[in-house]
Design a protein. Structure first.
Length: 238
């Protein structure tokens, strides 16, 4: 795990290439009868920038850091209250991630790499946050684990782990593609229930509202924002 501040990041490898390593998760056993529910989404959008004006925010799985950078540039937001993290290691940051991380640091954001969102205690101990944001999580694999899609396993483990890192009244915010396929793969309602959360509140998500936000898939340079046109933001409360 690396933490960058001031000049440290400038020493990071400038010609890094994106790696293909994927997170490894302990096996979770889920009953096979868990079902999916049709997404019932609010017509409005989750007020990211309004809500981030107060309290502490942890961004996980940021990849190229473009979403947290967009948030940090918002008016009246205290960027020093942000921690932005990526699963990728220092050596696997691509040029865009490197540049965005530099910009975040100039704005006062703490940037960390090589952070597993399902094992936050390894980095943050018992530290807690007002909100934890995970944009478009995806393990880039369809190989099932005990009959469950690995993305469902990722979300279930993340929600369970992140619960210990929320302050009173804290929330988890996750955005995903809004489609029957993704709904069936992630089964967010089921994951929330098993992790001890209330049913999530669901908002519309419009990437066009966030200039310079560039989503990038885990295993290639493609983006879910280019191949889909409907997205949703889920807000989880313990």
């Amino acid at each position: 795990m690396y933490e960058y501040r001031e000049k440290n990041l400038s020493e990071a490898v400038s010609n890094a290439v994106r790696g293909n390593s994927l997170p490894k998760f302990d096996v979770l056993e889920f009953p096979q009868f868990l079902g999916t529910k049709k997404i019932e989404k609010r017509s409005d959008h989750y007020p990211f920038k309004q809500n981030l004006k107060n309290g502490t925010t942890l961004f996980v799985g940021e990849g190229n850091f473009s979403f947290s950078l967009n948030m940090a540039r918002a008016r009246l937001v205290k960027a020093s209250q942000f921690i932005s993290t990526s699963f990728e290691s220092e050596n696997n940051l691509d040029d865009l991630a490197y540049q965005n991380a530099q910009s975040l640091i100039r704005l006062g954001v703490t940037v960390k790499t090589n952070i597993d969102a399902t094992k936050l205690e390894d980095t943050f101990g018992d530290r807690q946050f007002d909100r934890i944001i995970f944009q478009f999580p995806n393990v880039a694999s369809r190989s099932s684990i005990y009959g469950q899609n690995p993305n469902h396993t990722l979300i279930a483990r993340f929600l369970k782990n992140a619960k210990d890192h929320l302050k009173t009244l804290g929330v988890i915010v996750i955005s995903t593609v809004d489609s029957p396929f993704y709904e069936g793969a992630f089964k967010l309602d089921d994951a929330a229930k098993r992790a001890g959360y209330q049913p999530p509140e669901i908002f519309d998500f419009d990437p066009d509202q966030y200039s310079d936000y560039i989503h990038q898939n885990t295993d290639n340079d493609e983006s879910a924002l280019e191949s889909h046109d409907k997205f949703a933001t889920f807000v989880f409360t313990p």
